[in-house]
Structures are given as structure tokens and as C-alpha cells.
Design a protein around this ligand. Structure first.
Ligand code: SF4
Ligand code: SF4
Length: 186
């Protein structure tokens, strides 16, 4: 990786996979929900963040495509394939968590929700990659650290996908998942 742009493709691929698995787990219940937790101010972060704007541009979209009232939300859910603020994956209401069969499944789901946040954490000092507001600062990000975080998130994703299929987590799976920090306030 020699430039921040080199991470766009693997980042988009990972986010697309996280989105697919999240839909598999929760779309039935979120699709019926009348208390949708999407918010226009969260949607706006996409156009404010230079990194997320690059991902928006990559999928042929721009700030003009965002609705003033509903943000990126349309009748079939969020219209962004990728490039959502990481919080969009991290929040699970109690209703969702209660649907999962046991604590281990809940843990896996919560870690799934933190993967995109993990990739960009502390990208520049304490700034998250998606919260860096000066486009020039994106080039100051440590690409080595970013690559490592991306690899950790990719490895954890594979473990979670396997857990959903098999219902089992090995000791080495748990070790892989332990690289992803869970946020207490979610
Ligand atoms: S996470 Fe909970 S509140 Fe948000 S859309 Fe899904 S069911 Fe509704
Ligand atoms: S999931 Fe999409 S529509 Fe919902 S808050 Fe996030 S960016 Fe907005």
C-alpha cells in the first residue's frame, strides 16, 4: 500500500461483506421495524468525511444524491453499498441481540458490528480515519498500521462467518476475535 487510495478497494470489499452478513442476520427484523435507528445527521457524515467521500465517489455517487430529509435511506433501506459511517454497523438494539441464540452468538454479532470501526481506529493520533476532516491529512495516516488493522478485521470477519455457519468457535477463533476491541457505549 503506497497511498490512502490503495485501501479503498479492500475496505469496500470488507464493508460489503459485513453488510451482507448483517443483512443475513437482521434484515427480517430491521425491515419490519417502525423505529428505524438511521438518522440524517449520521448520513451527513458521509459527505463531511473526506475518506467516506472517496468511497461515495468510487460507487458513482455524490453529495447531491443524498435526500435532505431521509439522507441515504430509501424504501429498501440504506442506498449506500459501502462508505457508511462505522456507527451504522455498530448499533444493535436490544430487540436484535435478543434474537440471537446465545451469548457467544451475541458476542460474534457485536464484533461484526465493530469491524469497520476497527479498521480506521487511531488512524492519525486519536482521530478515526472517517473523522479526519482535512483531505491532506489522509496522506499522513500510517498505511502500515492501517493495513494491519484491515487484516485483523478481515481475519475476524472470516471467523464470524464460520461461527454463523457452524455455531462453533475454537480457541484460535477466539484469539483472532480478541484483536477487535468492543466499545462499551454501544
Ligand atoms: S437496529 Fe433495532 S431500532 Fe434499528 S432498525 Fe433494526 S430493529 Fe429497528
Ligand atoms: S445506514 Fe445509511 S441511511 Fe442509515 S444512518 Fe447509516 S448512512 Fe444513513
Amino acid at each position: 500500500m503506497t497511498s490512502i487510495d490503495d485501501i479503498l478497494k479492500p475496505y469496500a470489499e470488507l464493508e460489503t461483506s459485513v453488510r451482507r452478513l448483517t443483512i443475513l442476520l437482521f434484515s427480517e427484523i430491521c425491515g419490519m421495524c417502525t423505529a428505524c435507528c438511521c438518522r440524517a445527521d449520521i448520513c451527513e457524515e458521509v459527505t463531511q468525511s473526506p475518506f467516506l467521500s472517496k468511497l461515495l465517489d468510487r460507487q458513482g455517487m455524490s453529495a447531491n444524491d443524498m435526500d435532505d430529509r431521509y439522507g441515504w435511506l430509501d424504501l429498501s433501506g440504506c442506498s449506500l453499498e459501502y462508505g457508511r459511517p462505522p456507527i451504522c454497523f455498530a448499533y444493535y438494539c436490544d430487540q436484535l441481540l435478543a434474537r440471537l441464540p446465545d451469548d457467544e452468538a451475541r458476542l460474534s454479532a457485536r464484533i461484526l458490528g465493530q469491524l469497520m470501526s476497527h479498521v480506521g481506529k487511531d488512524a492519525l493520533g486519536e482521530w478515526h480515519l472517517t473523522e479526519i476532516m482535512n483531505p491532506a491529512d489522509l496522506e499522513k495516516v500510517s498505511l502500515k498500521a492501517l493495513s494491519q488493522r484491515l487484516e485483523e478485521a478481515q481475519a475476524a470477519f472470516e471467523v464470524i462467518e464460520g461461527h454463523i455457519e457452524s455455531g462453533r468457535l475454537s480457541a484460535s477463533d477466539r484469539e483472532t476475535l480478541s484483536a477487535i476491541e468492543l466499545s462499551d457505549d454501544l
